[in-house]
Design a protein around this ligand. Structure first.
Ligand code: UN1
Length: 508
């Protein structure tokens, strides 16, 4: 392996990361025990000092104090911070994208797309600030008015994952801020530099519009630091993105203190391809959904359920496109598949493939490591034909493995589709409206996202994002997801001189 190439490249990348931080106006962190590596070479970009339990608690205190005032600022005025953030993100789009590439290994187009997703949610939140609607209902009593009012909730704790290090933060933060909440963010300890950049931009946005910069706090560190948000009564909502395993520990702890949780956990997303599908279009969508982001999206396509009549021609197209995918340094033009995040991700992929083959799976293509350096993990996206939906297929392996299953009858395909613990995203490829509607119906896909003729990944921010079953049930970003970030009061106002009781009760 070409150890020297990585050895040469790492100092260049480290230098670039430092100059990007400077471009955002961020202080270069003091060296410490948190080691920030780039998956491009596996080398170290920087080190920084993580928070301690005490500094994390102090950050929660600052957010709690800031909330007391922030909640009284009118929502359209609060939106000024988000508007300024959108401007700064637009100005720094390319630079922030580059930092995402350095830290998370995404190719340029996807990294910049992630920054665009941040700008999109900011725009959504700005409009939303004038639309935090509550219902009014007819009261059953004369001379009474009945209505619902939405109020700010409190401190929102955001725990985010490495794979969308900035967009998922923005989904939460843009909404939380216009809703009148303050935010304490614990990013993945794999991507602390992008977090530092976003935190710096947000503080600058607040200062630029004369708002309190303490509305946003950043705490860095491992799960022990994140646990401060889980267990602190002052954190009214914990919005956590990560594995099902993480959700299983976090959810009961937040519930035990009657806090609110918004969970966005693993997916095991499938697409059904029917005989009427436009195979050319389906193949293109499948390649992006399954191999894009090196299979490291929660919405990545992991299972393909194909009608036996079209499995041959479809797989020919997909495998052909797979063979042409350029895998390598995501900073190089034309590369479509960057590295896996670390050795552990590669080990999980290797083990999953071994188990799949042990279950009778047949390798169609890919799966092998692409040499780049000893400490970085590049792989060719894999396709495996499976005789059945075995245990390994029902698990989420955060790597580019596409398992292919076949079906004869659509009901059977839908049963297979739903027979996994996760319920995030799903697709059907068909030109038959009956099949499409069957998939979208109540007894069709059981996922939070169900698409027709597009892949499972790459959702727009305008719809609610999230999934069912082990995916955790949370909804983030568009539609009415904002309601998770607010508390609702039902108000009954008596403007009469009488005191009629509800349900016709007399009490004299
Ligand atoms: C994630 O992988 O955690 O729909 C989020 C998508 C992106 C968001 C993915 N808009 O693929």
């Amino acid at each position: 392996m070409t150890h020297t190439l990585s050895d040469q490249l790492t100092p260049e990348l480290a230098e670039r990361a430092t100059s990007l931080l400077r471009a955002f106006g961020a202080d270069i962190p003091e060296p410490g025990e948190l080691v920030v590596r780039t998956p491009i070479t596996g080398g170290t970009l920087l080190t920084l000092r993580p928070d301690t339990v005490e500094t994390a608690d102090a950050a929660i205190t600052r957010a709690d104090t800031a909330f007391r005032t922030w909640r009284t600022v009118p929502a359209p005025v609060r939106a000024a911070v988000v508007r300024r953030l959108a401007e700064l993100l637009t100005a720094h789009r390319a630079e922030l994208g580059e930092l995402v590439t350095l830290e998370a290994g995404k190719i340029g187009a996807e990294a910049v797309g992630e920054v665009q997703e941040m700008i999109d949610i900011c725009e959504f939140a700005i409009g939303l600030s004038r639309q935090l609607y509550g219902y009014t209902m007819p009261s059953e009593r004369p001379g009474h008015r009945l209505m619902e009012t939405w109020h700010p909730l409190g401190v929102v704790g955001v725990i985010s994952a490495f794979n969308f290090p900035v967009a998922v933060w923005a989904w939460n933060t843009a909404l939380a801020l216009v809703c009148g909440d303050t935010v304490v963010w614990k990013p993945s300890d794999i991507t602390p530099l992008t977090a530092l950049a976003c935190h710096t931009l947000l503080r600058r946005a607040a200062l630029d519009v004369g708002a309190d910069p303490e509305v946003h706090q950043l705490i860095q560190g491992d799960a022990e630091i994140g646990a401060r948000l889980v267990d602190d009564e002052r954190v009214a909502l914990l919005s956590a993105t990560g594995s099902v395993r993480m959700g299983r520990t976090v959810a009961p702890r937040v519930a035990a203190r009657f806090g609110r949780c918004l969970l966005e956990l693993g997916g095991n997303n499938a697409a059904i391809v029917t005989p009427s599908a436009d195979l050319e279009l389906a193949a293109r969508a499948i390649v992006f959904a399954a191999a894009g982001t090196a299979g490291q999206r929660c919405t990545t396509l992991r299972r393909l359920i194909v009608h036996t009549d079209v499995v041959g021609p479809l797989l020919d197209r997909v495998a052909n496109a797979y063979r042409q995918l350029r895998v390598g340094n995501p900073l190089t033009d034309g590369v479509l598949v960057g590295p896996l995040i670390h050795a552990g991700a590669h080990e999980n992929m290797r083990t999953a493939l071994e188990r799949a083959l042990g279950d009778g799976g047949r390798m169609v293509c890919g799966g092998e490591r692409v040499p780049f350096g000893d400490d970085s993990y590049y792989v060719r996206p894999a396709i495996v034909r499976m005789p059945a939906q075995t245990a390994v297929v029902r698990e989420e392996t955060f790597a580019p493995i596409l398992y292919v299953l076949t079906y004869r009858d659509l009901d059977h395909a839908i049963t297979l589709h739903n027979a996994v613990p996760q319920g995030l995203s799903s697709s059907i490829f068909t030109t038959d409206q009956r099949e499409a509607e069957r998939f979208l119906a109540a007894d069709g896909s059981d996922c939070g996202i169900a698409n027709v003729n597009i892949g499972t990944s790459g959702a727009e921010i305008g719809g609610a994002f999230g999934g069912e079953k082990h995916t955790g049930g949370g909804r983030e970003s568009g539609s009415d997801s904002w309601k998770s970030y607010m508390r609702r009061a039902t108000n009954t106002v008596n403007y009469s001189t009488e005191l009629p009781l509800a349900q016709g009760i007399t009490f004299t």
